[in-house]
Design a protein around this ligand. Structure first.
Ligand SMILES: NC(=O)NCCC[C@H](N)C(=O)O
Length: 399
């Protein structure tokens, strides 16, 4: 593992993380487009920024280096090849038609790196350009020629480090698909990541980072549900095995619904051998262990998740932190991302303050909880784990 990047667990002391400070892309959300753009409301952007700044500060207070996706993107776009790739990738959209595409290509190519990064993130509205022509005349003023990307906030999903290789993911929802063009640009062109090995890319079967948990060195758990497809987990398994990044991939079926869109909405690790699980689903969660003999994939019989995980990790048991919550409180706090904690080290995590009961139970179980407010951030349905992409964690020993 190099010094600059590498992640082989969920709980190794966090050293570097990539966040995205919410910006103008959130100012594009309206009551008419918020469902399509996967937000459950219209956040107050200034307050969301304050909440996010406090989140970043909580990380810095624990000696975590905070990188910002927007800044990395601007810096990557300093490379002319990155700018050319960004312009052609962004204007491929068939809704544009040839004339408007040509116009946008020229207009985007004339922007400096910061302005281009802003256009790629916040999008471009029809009335913000003077394109002329049929398509722009037929579209409404408020229609977007380049859609905004408000879900950039959830950096967890658009890339994931697996040991010292990075997986640029393949996002399932159309509203998020373009995010990975941006993470791809960062990992390809930013000098900080030059030479980093790539284990996955956005053209492959759907895999989202929120579904990928590094349970411990060599063991991944991958949720399969609304976002990551069965074919996605199979492809990821083949790729990580080929590079010897893992020896076991646990495929974990999860309900195909918004409340449980990713595995990390129902299950996160808070210690080297302990998980926080949504009580209403904990009993029924199962896993299929996928391994390889170097040629074929071997798929074991389905087993209870905790049993399969402990076996793969080579330990007696993986402890489940039992929050003991009644089903209604549990459902409310899971919706508010109470199970979506971000571990800063074994037994230390960041959580939203509003999930009062879950946090109290974590503390009773010996887990330090650093609380952040997320009344506005939470309107996108993601918590501290969703809003962070660990780039470097110190190794752990387990067992
Ligand atoms: N890992 C996560 O659960 N990320 C949260 C993503 C929320 C976003 N609004 C989405 O629907 O994709």
């Amino acid at each position: 593992m190099t010094e600059a990047y590498g992640v082989d667990s969920e709980v190794g002391p966090l050293r570097t993380v990539m966040l995205h400070r919410p910006g103008n892309e959130l100012r594009r959300l309206t009551p008419r487009n918020n469902d399509k753009l996967l937000f459950d409301g219209i956040p107050w952007v200034g307050r969301a920024q304050d909440e996010h700044d406090a989140f970043a500060q909580a990380l810095r207070d624990r000696n975590v280096e905070v990188l910002y996706l927007g800044q990395l993107l601007s810096e990557a776009l300093g490379d002319p090849a990155a700018r050319a790739s960004a312009v052609s990738g962004t204007t491929e959209d068939l809704r544009l038609g040839d004339s408007l595409r040509d116009y946008l290509r020229t207009a985007l190519a004339a922007l400096d790196p910061e302005q281009l990064a802003e256009a790629l993130m916040a999008g471009v509205r029809n009335d913000e350009v003077r394109a002329g022509g049929l398509v722009t005349s037929l579209l409404a003023h408020e229609d977007f020629l380049i859609d905004p990307l408000p879900n950039l906030l959830f950096t967890r999903d658009s890339s994931v480090w697996i040991r010292d290789s990075v997986a640029v993911t393949s996002l399932a929802m159309p509203a998020r698909a373009r995010e990975t063009q941006l993470t791809e640009l960062i990992y390809k062109f930013h000098p900080r990541f030059s030479g980093a090995d790539k284990v996955y890319d956005h053209t492959l079967e759907h895999v989202e980072g929120g579904d990928v948990l590094a349970l411990g060195p060599g063991v991944l758990a991958v949720g399969v549900g609304e976002r990551t497809t069965p074919a996605g987990v199979e492809r990821l398994a083949r790729r990580v095995f080929a590079k010897d990044l893992a020896h076991t991939v646990l495929a974990v079926p999860i309900a195909q619904q918004r409340a449980t869109m990713h595995l990390d909405t129902v299950c996160t690790m808070v210690d080297v051998d302990a998980v926080l699980m949504y009580p209403n689903m904990a009993e029924e969660m199962r896993a299929l262990a996928v391994t390889t003999d170097g040629e074929e994939l071997h798929v074991a019989e389905s087993e209870p998740f905790l049993v399969a995980a402990a076996k793969a990790l080579g330990i007696d048991t993986l402890r489940r932190i039992d929050t003991g919550l009644d089903p209604v409180t549990a459902e409310r706090e899971q919706w508010d991302d109470g199970n979506n904690t971000l571990a800063l080290a074994p037994r230390v995590c960041i959580a939203y303050e509003r999930t009062v009961e879950t946090n109290a139970r974590l503390e009773e179980s010996g887990i330090e909880v650093i609380r952040i407010s997320g009344s506005e951030l939470g309107s996108g349905r993601g918590g501290p784990r969703c809003m962070s992409c660990p780039v470097l964690r110190e190794p752990i020993t387990i067992g």
